[in-house]
Every structure is written in C-alpha cells, then in structure tokens.
Design a protein. Structure first.
Lengths: 94, 298
C-alpha cells in the first residue's frame, strides 16, 4: 500500500521525516486526519500535537506551536515555528 | 646602542603575544564556521517548504494581502543593517556599513526618509557615534543567531510595516547583509524584503509540473495571513545565518593574515636586534683596540 511521505520542519532544522500511514494535525478549525490519497490541502495549524501513525513502528507524537500543513500527492509537509518530539516514543521509532 | 637592542626585544615580545591572540581568534573562527554553515543548510528545508506553499497560494488565489501591496503616501522606509558584534574580521562590518550608506543615500535622493534598524554592535556603534537616530537595534548574537532572535526582529519590522502611516509606519523594508558565497567570497548585498514580491523568481515549479488545486483551511486569506509573516521571518533568519557565516569566514581570513604579518614583523625585529647587538660588539672592540693603541702610543 502506498504510504504518506512526511516532512516535519521547524525554523532551524528538520525535525522528523519518514513514511506514515495516517497523520493527524491540529488544523485551525479542528483536527484533520490525513490518509493516503488525500486531496491537496493547505491548512493553518494551531498549537497542539501532530501525531504520525506508522505501520510496523511506534507512533510519533510531536508537540508543535502553530504553523501550517501542506498535503500534495501523498507528500505531507508540516512547517512549524517550534516542535518538541516526544522522546518516550522516539527510541522505539528507530 | 644598548637601548636599541632592548627596544627591539620588547617589540618582539609584544608582537609574539599579539600573534598568539590572532592565532587563537583564527582557530576559534575556524572551529565555529563549520557549525554556522551547517545551520545555514539546516534552515533550508523550512525556507523551501514556506516558499513552495507561498507560491502555491499565490498562483491559486488572487487574494491581496497588506504585506504584498505597495503602500502609497508614505515616504518612510526601514533599512535593516546586519553587521558583526566584534571587530577582528577585516573589512566585514565596514563593507556591510558602506553598502548600507550607499543604500541610504540612494533612498534619501528619492525623497524618502530612512528609519534605521541595526543588528550587531559594530553597526550600532557606527550610527550612534554619528548621532543618527536608530529605530531599533539587536546586539549580542551576531555570530550565532537563533530563530527566536530572528522572530523578534521580524515581528518588530512587520509591526512597523503594518503600523499607521502617520505615526511610525514604514512603506518599505530593505535588508543589508553579507551573503556567504563560499569561504573566500562574501558579498554585501541589499534586498528589498517588503512589500513582498512572491510570484516572480522564487517559484521553483518546473514547466511541465503544475501545482495542484489546494483546499485552503480555514480560507485562502487566513492561510496567507499565517504564511507571509513566517516567510518574512525565515528570510530574515536566513540573512542572519548567512551574515554569521560570512563574519566567521572573514574573521578567520583576517586573523590568518594578521598572524602571518606578526610573523614577518618578528622576523624583521629579530634581524634588527641582531644587527644592533653586532654593532654594539663591534663598537666595544674598536673602543678597546683604540684604547690599547692610545696606551701603546703614549
């Protein structure tokens, strides 16, 4: 099955990048969940948690402080001002 | 004569200590420059993502935004000068300031009033010494700028741009910074940041590739509202990072030259000291010989 290619970038670095099954993000009007084949989208994010669900690996949870998400042909770019990766999940993710 | 020798010895000693200082500065700059360049590279994904998104919005909607439209009836313009906090970097700060002065002269000739914003103690001191009013200044982090500082600068400048015309609003924003081309070349540059020109130049979309029709959430205006300040922020941040890399590169080069010059000086003074010593010995011998001659003749 096709996967989503996710890039999560903060102002000064690339925070996380990899493939995912489902990405949920706190858009301005309510959380959005994005699966493979989602229509192109540009949405503003409010502060909250971006959750990246992956197949065969632990989920990634990133606390973000606002930004925006762009979805285009199964490529997701999440641009945030600052991000904090949940470290408790990180070891399993590697 | 003995005095001469002492003077040369003293000069050698002081030049040697200067040389050590120059060498240390060179090594510090050399060790930091790798990091600075890595930070320039690390900030690229963010800038790319923002630029792509901004061009996507601007090709798919005809939304007018205050940040992209020219403002009429305001002849105040903001100039942000990015220079270093410390000297010992050759002509780095001086050439950035010279570029800024050229820009300010040009703008003044066009009948505009310049509001100065400076980053870096060197630039601040330059304008303060000349009694020029400074609208805003940031000092202390010129060789390792962080995103928070860039955000603060961008917010101040954006606030000035969006402020009321009559009070302290500005109609344009120019940035003077030093572009890091490579380790040998750093070029002072002027860019006009605001009002933004997005559509041309920055769109990295190929001929065959068309951007998809985006859904905007909550609306194209709101997305643009969120995007453009971030775009400005990321541009200013990248200017600061490039300026920092340039500063370190010019410092390394200047200090390398200074170390070599100090070595040359030490060599020269050593020769002169040797000459003085030799002259002294010759004089003593000739005094003894002439003394003995005088005694023998009497």
């Amino acid at each position: 099955m096709a996967q989503l290619e996710v890039d999560l970038v903060a102002a000064d670095r690339k925070v996380w990048s990899g493939s995912a099954r489902l990405v949920s993000a706190p858009a301005a009007d309510g959380d959005v969940g994005i699966l493979v084949g989602h229509a192109p989208l540009l949405a503003v994010l409010r502060p909250g948690h971006v959750k990246i669900h992956r197949t065969g690996a632990a989920d990634v949870d990133v606390a973000v402080s606002g930004g925006f998400i762009s979805v285009d042909d199964n490529a997701i770019t999440i641009v945030v001002d600052s991000a904090k990766l949940d470290v408790s999940i990180l070891p399993a993710a590697h | 004569m003995a005095g001469n020798q002492r003077v040369y010895k003293e000069r050698i000693k002081s030049t040697q200590s200067l040389k050590k200082m120059f060498r240390a500065q060179e090594l510090i700059a050399a060790s930091r420059i790798g990091k600075a360049r890595a930070r320039v590279t690390a900030a690229l994904p963010y800038a790319d993502a923002i630029t792509r998104a901004v061009s996507a919005v601007s090709t798919h909607s005809t939304v007018q935004h205050p940040l992209t439209s020219e403002r009429r009836g305001n002849n105040r313009v903001a100039v942000l000068v990015i220079a270093s906090d410390r000297g010992m970097a050759g002509a780095y700060a001086a050439s950035a300031i010279r570029e800024a002065e050229g820009l300010i002269t040009r703008l003044t000739e066009q009948g505009k009033e310049v509001a100065l914003y400076v980053s870096g103690r060197r630039a601040f001191a330059y304008y303060q010494f000349r009694g020029r009013p400074i609208a805003g200044s940031w000092t202390g982090g010129s060789d390792s700028p962080d995103a928070v500082e860039a955000e603060e600068m961008a917010d101040t400048l954006l606030a000035a741009f969006l402020a009321d015309d009559e009070l302290d609003g500005v109609g344009e924003l120019h940035i003077v910074y030093t572009q890091f081309v490579n380790m040998v070349t750093q070029r002072p540059r002027v860019i006009r940041m605001l009002p933004l020109e997005i559509v041309d130049g920055v769109t990295p979309v190929g001929e065959a590739e068309t951007l998809p029709l985006y859904d905007f959430e909550p609306s194209a205006e709101a997305v643009l509202d969120a995007l453009l300040p971030r775009y400005v922020r990321s541009r200013i941040y990248s200017c600061l990072l490039q300026a920092a890399a340039s500063e370190l590169a010019s410092r390394q080069r200047a200090m390398h030259t200074a170390t070599e010059n100090a070595e040359d000086l030490i060599r020269m003074y050593t020769r002169l000291a040797n000459q003085a010593r030799q002259g002294e010995i010759t004089q003593e011998i000739s005094e003894i010989v002439s003394g003995a001659d005088a005694l023998a003749a009497s």
